[in-house]
Ligand binder design. Structure first.
Ligand SMILES: Nc1nc2c(ncn2[C@@H]2O[C@H](COP(=O)(O)OP(=O)(O)O)[C@@H](O)[C@H]2O)c(=O)[nH]1
Ligand SMILES: [Mg+2]
Length: 220
């Protein structure tokens, strides 16, 4: 892979109710850290990271848009659904309401995004309901099987994760990326029709995974 900085740039959106951990998942992916009290997202935030898919011998640059989960920002964030190749639809496993509301978020995505978009349902905050006797535990309100079942019914990928511990965070993006690469192989995305998928610009840059992490706040 020498001489290629990345083979694909994929646009991802992260959506779901406020406070389910969307921004925390992005910070975990790009910065490998966790904030107990992050600033609430206003509008949209952006983060990018290079990941490798070894079996495909491909380097993929993920460009992730972190949308605000509040109703008042919906009209702003809708335009960001357009052109996305992947979507993380996030709920909190300790909040049944956030799981029920995922239906509305999915309807929004389906209305505004590319029909070929790969969507992965992410049940976040699994650290809160582990059995380790630590303080601050909360009961799980959405069993794994229920999340899995609904994801299957809707044709979504599924994973449970924790932005706090980092469990399955990169794996969620990798799983979705694999699916998108398969779709690219089958010709479902192309450069012209799908602004969320860009093909490689061969370059002489040395491949450097560490230097390509950025987070940007977009202000309105
Ligand atoms: N225990 C735990 N708390 C989390 C996790 N992810 C996010 N949080 C907390 O949940 C709150 C909302 O997170 P945030 O990322 O701002 O949610 P957003 O509104 O969906 O972007 C914050 O207090 C986070 O620290 C997680 O995986 N585990
Ligand atoms: Mg946020």
């Amino acid at each position: 892979m020498a001489g290629v900085a990345w083979h694909y740039v994929l646009k991802f959106i992260i959506t779901g109710d406020a406070a389910v951990g969307k921004s925390s998942l992005l910070i975990r992916l790009t910065d490998q850290r966790f904030l107990n009290n992050p600033d609430p997202t206003l509008g949209v935030e952006f983060g990018s990271k290079l990941i490798t898919i070894p079996e495909e011998n491909k380097v993929v640059k993920l460009q992730c848009w972190d949308t605000a989960g509040t109703e008042s920002f919906r009209s702003i964030t809708r335009s960001y659904y357009r052109g996305a190749a992947g979507c993380l639809l996030v709920y909190d496993v300790t909040s049944r309401q956030s799981f029920l509301n995922a239906r509305t978020w999915l309807a929004d995505v389906r209305e505004h995004a590319d029909p070929h978009l790969t969507c992965i349902l992410v049940g976040n905050k699994i650290d809160l309901c582990s059995d380790d006797g630590q303080p601050g535990r909360r009961p799980r309100e959405v069993p794994t099987e229920e999340g899995e079942r609904w994801a299957k019914e809707e044709g979504l990928l599924f994973v449970e994760a924790s932005a706090k511990s980092g469990e399955n965070v990169e794996a969620a993006f990798v799983q979705a990326t694999r699916d998108i690469l398969n779709k690219i192989k089958r010709g479902m995305f192309d450069n012209d029709r799908s602004p969320g998928v860009k093909l490689s610009q061969p370059s002489s840059d040395t491949l450097n995974l560490e230097d390509d992490r950025t987070r940007t706040r977009c202000c309105w």
